[in-house]
Design a protein around this ligand. Structure first.
Ligand code: NAD
Length: 483
């Protein structure tokens, strides 16, 4: 009844109403490290999704009406239990999605625990001042809205799941979570944590399964009151249509094609180091600055140093602490990335780095790749690859840098590297994206509003913005005799 990974046992079934539930159907989960099978995982159909939503509906009134202290207490217990099993979660996630074990151990899994801890604490801080209208008192409050459907991708499965699950539960919603079929296992371990933490049955449910079936059934379910989705634009479009039929409010965190702008006044070593860092997670990072824009006067030196530094990246088994870059998630995704690279090469673009699968390693390992000067009309300039593929273009003025940065339908993030504070101020003002990092990258704080513009998403989460989304806001007005 379970899958075994490095002596850790993972239940392959759904988790509904506090119990493990088997499915007549399953799908095969494959490790990207060596394409070996990890085991069969339950695959939900629409009836199973119905059952999970019903369990969440049943648990909702009691969960919503718990005091904030009690709800926060449950989430703090979940955080504590996660903290106690970081190593297990890290090993299972690495086997399942191929991201670096060292990142899971030291960054990602502690962050999963922090997601629960932070939103429990934020719930305790949630407050709106009363205000007076002609001696009438106005009281504003947040109330759990109902069942939240949560669907997330594989590039950081537990981290991205918990970033939605924690605030939804804190806000008083109950949750049906559909993890990604390419990396479903840590969601099952999270269900174990909820069971051990004695969170009331039905508050948190996991339905495993394929996106086009289990995911689509969840997105279209009439029992939802909120739908939070992280993933691709194409899937977001179909979820928007399905959830739109039920007028379910949406929070979408989607793809990116972010600019990484290096001005001539930048500290070159720092610029190169941060630029090479865009290959992190083998390029499977929504926030990555994949379009490097370099001021013409430093282009040659930047390019030479970048290629030299990128060649020192060590690619290989992500369980090895010395490795910087692992595999792509799946054969389908690997072929997609390869297709982008082959088409860019066929179009005649110069490729001074990579451009091929890693011949030595084989499997799903694709070498870090760089293309020079893609035309604005080209696929590689416009489309998100979601692999270790960057482009480099140059500009001659600040205005040209801004025009190139903004030549995209996405608006998730941007990176600006300069030693001029007023330039950082001007350029960051001129780029319409959710987050702009100046002389830094990936500084993430749960108090920040997070999300994207344009094709990069709908809405913002983080801090009180998460509560604004998952809760129904209520205003109660009391006449002077009741005030
Ligand atoms: P995807 O859209 O293919 O899948 C995401 C999830 O949606 C999976 O759980 C999948 O099972 C489910 N799904 C697939 N088809 C569905 C359908 N028809 N109805 C309902 N659910 C369905 O995306 P992916 O390839 O897993 O993830 C990569 C994408 O995610 C990239 O575009 C990346 O930029 C984006 N992403 C965004 C953020 C962010 O915070 N903005 C973070 C991580 C990843």
């Amino acid at each position: 009844m379970s899958i075994s990974i490095e002596n850790h046992r993972v239940d392959h079934r759904h988790f509904i109403g506090g119990e493990r539930v088997d499915s007549p159907r399953s799908f095969l989960d494959i490790s990207p490290i060596d394409e070996s099978p990890l085991g069969e995982v339950a695959a939900a159909d629409a009836a199973m999704v119905d059952r999970a939503v019903a369990a969440a509906q049943q648990a909702f009134p009691q969960w919503k009406n718990l005091t904030a202290e009690k709800r926060a207490g449950h989430l703090l217990r979940v955080a504590e239990l996660i903290e106690g099993r970081i190593e297990t979660l890290a090993q299972v996630e690495t086997a399942d999605n191929g991201s670096l074990l060292r990142s899971h151990r030291r960054g990602v899994m502690p962050r999963v625990a922090h997601n629960f801890r932070y939103f429990a604490e934020e719930l305790m801080r949630l407050h709106h001042d009363d205000f007076i209208t002609r001696d009438h008192v106005n009281k504003v409050s947040w109330e759990g809205s109902g069942v939240a459907g949560i669907i997330t991708p594989w590039n950081a499965p537990l981290m991205l799941g918990s970033w939605r699950i924690a605030p939804a539960l804190a806000a008083g919603c109950t949750v049906v979570f559909k993890p990604p079929e390419w990396a479903p296992l840590t969601a099952s371990l999270l269900a174990d944590v909820f069971a051990e933490a004695n969170v009331p049955a039905g508050v948190f449910n996991v339905v495993q399964g394929i996106g086009s079936e289990a995911g689509a059934a969840l997105a279209a379910h009439r029992g939802l009151r909120r739908m939070a989705f992280t993933g691709s634009v194409a899937t977001a479009r179909s979820i928007a249509v399905a959830a739109g039929q039920n007028l379910v409010p949406l929070s979408f965190e989607l793809g990116g094609k972010s600019p990484f702008i290096v001005f001539a006044d930048a500290d070159l070593d720092r610029a190169v180091e941060l630029a090479v860092g865009q290959y992190d997670n083998a390029g499977q990072v929504c926030l990555a600055g994949t379009r490097i824009l370099v001021e013409q006067s430093i282009r040659a030196e930047f390019l030479e140093n970048f290629v030299k530094r990128a060649r020192t990246l060590r690619q290989g088994d992500p369980r090895d602490e010395a490795i910087d870059l692992g595999p792509q998630i799946s054969r389908v995704h690997f072929d997609r990335v390869k297709g982008f690279v082959e088409r860019a090469k066929e179009s005649g673009l110069v490729c001074p780095l990579g451009g091929n699968p890693n011949q030595e390693l084989g499997g799903l390992y694709f070498s870090p790749t760089l293309f020079l000067d893609p035309p604005a009309s080209s696929e590689i300039w416009q489309s998100e690859v979601f692999g270790p593929v960057l482009t480099l273009s140059s500009f001659s003025s600040e205005a040209e840098a801004i025009a190139l940065a903004n030549d995209t339908d996405y608006g998730l993030a941007a990176v600006i590297i300069t030693s001029d504070r007023s330039r950082a101020e001007r350029v960051s003002q001129a780029i319409p994206a959710g987050i702009i990092w100046n002389n830094c990258f990936f500084v993430r704080d749960l108090r920040q509003p997070f999300g994207g513009n344009g094709l990069s998403g709908i809405g913002r989460e983080g801090g009180h913005w998460s509560f604004d989304f998952y809760a129904d806001l209520k205003c109660r007005v009391f006449a002077p005799d009741l005030a």
